[in-house]
Design a protein around this ligand. Structure first.
Ligand code: IMP
Length: 204
């Protein structure tokens, strides 16, 4: 099987989030790849039962590729706090509950971390490309920084107001979005995938 993706190939983007779909479609377009949304194919969202980001991205990408009979790309991401042994991690969305209340999710992180002197925190994004036969390629991006309390800034989403990347005084909630998007965990995973797209040699 030829593992190379070539111009004109269709690729399922295994997300039901329109923002992520647009971002990934933009990345694929210069390579002549056509993004097909999982929603438009009526694909179900599988349970994200893995213990790490790469594992969950693999579950989503494999499920979509197998059902669609096309290569599929999925991502998984989250916020990790050193004093909490990496939590909320793969449960980042779940800590916000069904109402997606990130004010209370951030409060929960703050209460769990207490006065622990270790303030290190990081975001991770795993992107996984899967083929219908189950073969995968995974790309992981990470951005390191610190957990900030109280939350600052109204930009961004999720845990952005309580994270400041190393070397910067601003939180992601205060930062110019273009600056965040150029260096974030997601940008780093996407850059690795883009490099792979540009270089991937054809396999037998
Ligand atoms: P998922 O990747 O869609 O499963 O979402 C993971 C969760 O991690 C999101 O709901 C956010 O809470 C959090 N998260 C991931 N990336 C970011 C980010 O760039 N800023 C803030 N929160 C994020």
């Amino acid at each position: 099987m030829n593992r190379r993706l070539v111009p004109g190939d269709r690729l399922v983007v295994a997300t039901h989030n329109p923002g992520k779909l647009a971002e990934i479609a933009e990345l694929l377009a210069p390579h002549g790849l056509v993004a097909v949304s999982a929603g438009s194919l009526g694909l179900p969202e599988p349970e994200e039962s893995a213990e790490d980001f790469a594992g969950n991205a693999r579950i989503k990408a494999r499920s979509a590729a197998e059902r669609a009979g096309l290569p599929a790309l999925a991502d998984d991401s989250g916020f990790c706090v050193a004093a909490l042994n990496g939590k909320p991690g793969v449960h980042s969305a779940r800590w916000a509950g069904d109402g997606r209340d990130f004010t209370s999710a951030m409060q929960r992180v703050h209460e769990a971390a207490g006065n622990a002197p270790d303030r290190r925190a990081w975001f991770v994004c795993a992107l996984c490309l899967a083929w219908p036969d189950g073969e995968t390629a995974t790309f992981v991006g990470r951005v390191d920084g610190s957990f900030v309390w109280p939350p600052r800034g109204a930009r961004g989403f999720g845990y952005d107001p309580v994270f400041a990347p190393i070397g910067g005084a601003e939180t992601y909630g205060e930062m110019e979005p273009a600056r965040k998007h150029a260096t974030s965990h997601r940008a780093r995973a996407m850059a690795q995938f883009a490099a792979w797209l540009a270089e991937a040699p054809p396999s037998a």
